[in-house]
Design a protein around this ligand. Structure first.
Ligand code: SF4
Length: 205
């Protein structure tokens, strides 16, 4: 049963309700996992992806599969450092299942995205991150409304005064990095992320 309070005073209380959320199932969508959880606490940077994959859905933890390993390699962060650095969230928080075409995972519908934005809005309100990193086109579109990912990678934006740096999705299925110009964009974006992280966590970088 989904519980959504009119107000939250702590992330712990928000996440208790988030971890039981079934709003999309109650609206008729065929989700294949419960919401993933945010490992750890006290992070000052917010990582915003698209949706969990099958491994993440099973483990109920973000970025556990191959894409997560690629992302950590890009950012030059070990697994423990990665979870201590980023509060990991996504446009939707439950594994949406395979796409009807059989190619990849189903993209959450706009209605599911809207249902899940309740948790995003409250997390940003309570966490007040010092940096937001979006991963993939859908996360960027959802957060800043930009329709196209490529020209945004390597740039820095702002959301209510918080720097936002877009990254591409590290999925092995994407051919985006085959283009040398895109590899340059990624290197610039990773440099920006690491520069911000060294300011946010000075003693650890
Ligand atoms: S995707 Fe989000 S809104 Fe939908 S059931 Fe999962 S946690 Fe709830």
């Amino acid at each position: 049963m989904t519980t959504r309070k009119s107000s939250y005073r702590s992330l712990a209380s928000l996440h208790r309700d988030l971890s039981r959320c079934r709003a999309c199932v109650e609206a008729g969508y065929p989700l294949e996992s419960m919401p993933v959880r945010v490992p750890g606490a006290g992070q000052h940077a917010y990582l915003f992806g698209q949706a969990p994959g099958i491994v993440e859905g099973e483990e109920r933890l973000p970025w556990r599969g191959r894409a997560g390993r690629t992302l950590r390699r890009w950012l030059e962060l070990e697994e423990d450092e990665f979870y201590a650095t980023f509060h990991c969230a996504s446009v939707t928080r439950c594994y949406p299942g395979r796409a009807p075409s059989g190619r990849g995972d189903r993209t959450p519908t706009p209605h599911e995205q809207e249902l899940c934005s309740f948790w995003l809005d409250w997390e940003l309100e309570l966490l007040r991150p010092q940096l937001i990193v979006t991963v993939g086109g859908l996360a960027l579109r959802r957060l800043l409304g930009f329709p196209s990912l490529t020209p945004c990678v390597g740039e820095q934006y702002e959301l209510d005064g918080t720097p936002v740096i877009p990254l591409p999705h590290p999925s092995g299925a994407s051919g985006w990095l085959n283009d040398p110009a895109n590899r340059e964009r990624l290197a610039t974006a990773v440099g920006l992320v690491r520069e911000h992280l060294s300011g946010i966590y000075p003693q650890e970088s």
